[in-house]
Design a protein around this ligand. Structure first.
Ligand SMILES: [Fe+2]
Length: 376
């Protein structure tokens, strides 16, 4: 069977809207569900960028009543979700809008589903199943990275912030993903770099995952090409709107790809590395990605060659990826982030399950520990 004959599925939100200034239509989208919306967002960055005022003005002009819930911080925990669920339930909205980065969109997604199903995040971590649809949810990303606007899971930290774990359900796929690149125009360079690397690596790991197939490969290839062309440009020149637009599209393709094809070992390792050492998610993925590519090479050599060609027109995909990190000023030595030999067992054990299951090459914990040793 050729690569075009392998199994490939595509699950996406009921509606994906992509386009610069597409936020202008958010009132019309909300109206399909009713007139009362809860708007969940982080805080200062949405306000400072002018995006908060922009969204609220549009909603008010469309006669939507807006109830605001703000103050969501990075790595939101189960207690935060609980307090938001309480506020959502007392507001009784027709629709929830989550406008922000991955943390905000995940909290809003979790609150939308728990509000109708009851219980707490912990119950669902322990195996409780969502049986009812969520409150209609519109996800509006303001960074180009996580792709959570098109997926069925939400990553939440435990109260002690010692681990992150997903809750997931088909009922959690946002009803609408509204991806407007103009909302990302004022994202600072460091966040553009961290989130853009996540977008690139979600395409790359999805492209080479065990479950990859022709439908997602098409999106992933384009996502890798767009990230190769625009990531560095958007970081070095934040006002380059074309670069922001290309990166936003790469991020959307990465989200669809990861949801349908799964990811791999780099993502599996990124969670403990990120949470234990305070390293942004995209950067944590990037630090280990090239080593994971070396390990997976026997199974995915052709696709890594294609990756190199798409990224920068060179046949060695690992070299092309490393050169990009060099230009972004990112070290791939774990030691540079304070990670030591004695931290490795915990990282390995906390990386189990999830994304690692989709890595194209089987790997034992000992192998993973060896990969990390080589990166110290
Ligand atoms: Fe990611």
């Amino acid at each position: 069977m050729s690569e075009y004959g392998s199994k490939s599925t595509l699950k996406i939100p009921e509606l994906i809207v992509f386009g610069t200034n597409s936020i202008e239509d958010i009132g019309e989208h909300v109206k399909k569900y009713g007139k009362r919306a809860v708007l969940i967002y982080g805080g200062t960055s949405l306000v400072k960028s002018g995006n908060h005022g922009r969204i609220v003005d549009i909603l008010k002009k469309t006669n939507i009543e807006v109830i605001e819930i703000s103050g969501i911080t990075h790595d939101p925990d189960d207690r935060t979700v609980k307090s938001i669920v309480d506020r959502v339930n007392s507001a009784g909205p027709d629709v929830i809008i989550g406008a922000g980065g991955g943390s905000v969109m995940d909290v809003a997604k979790a609150a939308s589903i728990i509000a109708t199903n009851g219980g707490e995040v912990k119950d669902y971590w322990a195996g409780k199943v969502f049986t009812r649809p969520s409150i209609p949810y519109i996800a509006v990303p303001t960074t180009s990275g996580t792709g959570t606007e098109v997926t069925k899971n939400a990553v939440i930290s435990n109260t002690e912030k010692t681990y992150k774990k997903s809750i997931r359900s088909e009922h959690m796929i946002p009803d609408i993903a509204l991806v407007d690149p103009s909302l990302t125009f004022s994202v600072p360079s460091d966040i553009t770099s961290d989130t853009g690397l996540d977008a690139l690596i979600q395409n790359l790991e999805g492209y080479t995952s065990k479950n990859s197939g022709p439908i997602t490969d098409t999106l992933a290839r384009k996502g890798i090409e767009l990230a190769g062309k625009y990531l560095l440009r958007a970081v070095k020149n934040p006002d380059a709107h074309e670069a922001r637009e290309g990166l936003a599209l790469a991020s959307l393709y990465g989200g669809i790809t990861l949801f349908n094809a799964g990811l791999g070992l780099a993502h599996g390792l990124s969670h403990p590395i990120g949470i234990r050492f305070g390293i942004p998610h995209g950067k944590a993925c990037a630090i280990v990605m090239a080593k994971v590519m070396e390990y997976n090479y026997p199974a995915r050599g052709e696709k890594y060659t294609e990756t190199g060609m798409l990224l920068s027109g060179e046949k060695d995909g690992i070299r092309a990826f490393n050169l990009l990190l060099e230009e972004l000023g990112i070290s791939t030595r774990l030691g540079d982030y304070g990670i030591k030999h004695e931290d490795i067992p915990a990282i390995v054990s906390e990386s189990k399950g999830g994304s690692r299951n989709f890595n194209p090459v089987e790997h034992s914990d000992d192998t993973v520990a060896k990969i990390l040793e080589e990166l110290l």
